[in-house]
Write a protein that binds this ligand. Structure first.
Ligand code: NDP
Length: 251
């Protein structure tokens, strides 16, 4: 699973799944580009990458801003000369249901990051990925298979649309030798899950009880799957959405 000399962008890599994924790629020899808005967190992750591999390119950027998205791709090419893997991980989770009158504003914020930014970065990255026969891994969610709880509907819709985009972009880019897949976690112990469990008044131990395997995932498990899908062993895999949810969506 070596990524020696491969150039890998991981968006939303200042914390959580993205941070651990960036470090895992660095450990496998990749030249990593880490992206997020929080500079202090990015610098912390940069140190972790440097400790196991080469120093990453740090790009402070908001993926929803079109100029920032262009800068992410342009700075990567300027620094490393190529792009092999794009991991679209940056994402948010917010509440807002129909009857509270909050669903539209929630939807607009969520879609801007979880879907529109992915589409924009895919468009910007594609010409470079065609040159390297590279690939894209989108971080979706098991929520793409759910319809609620009602206040989470906008998030579910964003991830369902992301799965659809994953398959459609895989179909368009396959003749150019570019693969596109998604990894769909269930609950993973990150800041996002902590915020969610506080808001839902459901401690993480309670979330575990609801999962058939009676556990939540750690970011490392998701990173392992991302590296497999992005690597050469998965050369025949495109348009696939891999659940890693401890059986959560079976019930
Ligand atoms: P975190 O909240 O820990 O991390 C989210 C990351 O996204 C941060 O690095 C944040 O960085 C970045 N980010 C958010 N908005 C933007 C933006 N506008 N521009 C650039 N970066 C941004 O969440 P997780 O690690 O848990 O989530 C990562 C992905 O996994 C998300 O797509 C999420 O939907 C998905 N997921 C998570 C699950 C879970 O239980 N944790 C379950 C299923 C899916 P910064 O604040 O520095 O900008």
């Amino acid at each position: 699973m070596s990524f020696n000399n491969k150039v890998v962008i991981v968006t939303g890599s200042s914390t959580g799944i993205g941070a651990v994924t960036a470090v895992a790629f660095a450990k496998e020899g990749a030249k990593v580009v880490i992206v997020g808005r929080n500079e202090a967190n990015l610098n912390d992750v940069a140190k972790q990458c440097s400790a196991v591999g080469s120093a990453p390119l740090v790009i402070k950027a908001d993926v929803t801003k079109d100029e920032d998205a262009k800068r992410i791709i342009n700075d990567t090419i300027q620094k490393f000369g190529q792009l092999d893997v794009l991991v679209n991980n940056a994402g948010i989770f917010e509440y807002g249901d129909i009857l509270s009158g909050k669903i539209l504003e929630t939807y607009d914020r969520i879609i801007a990051i979880n879907l529109r930014a992915v589409i924009h970065l895919t468009q910007l990255a594609a010409p470079h990925l065609v040159k390297t026969k590279g690939n894209i891994v989108n971080i979706s969610s098991g929520a793409s298979l759910l319809y609620g709880p009602p206040a989470t509907l906008a998030y579910c819709v964003s991830k369902a649309a992301l799965d659809h985009f994953t398959k459609g972009s895989a179909l368009e880019l396959a003749p150019s030798g570019v693969r596109v897949n998604a990894v769909s976690p269930g609950p993973v112990e990150t800041d996002m899950l902590t915020r969610h469990s506080v808001q839902m008044n459901a401690p993480i131990d309670q979330v575990k009880v609801f999962s058939p395997l009676k556990r939540v995932s750690q970011s490392e498990e998701i990173a392992d799957l991302v590296l497999f899908v992005a690597g050469n062993k998965a050369k025949g895999i495109t348009g696939s959405v891999y659940l890693a949810d401890n059986g959560f969506t079976l019930q």
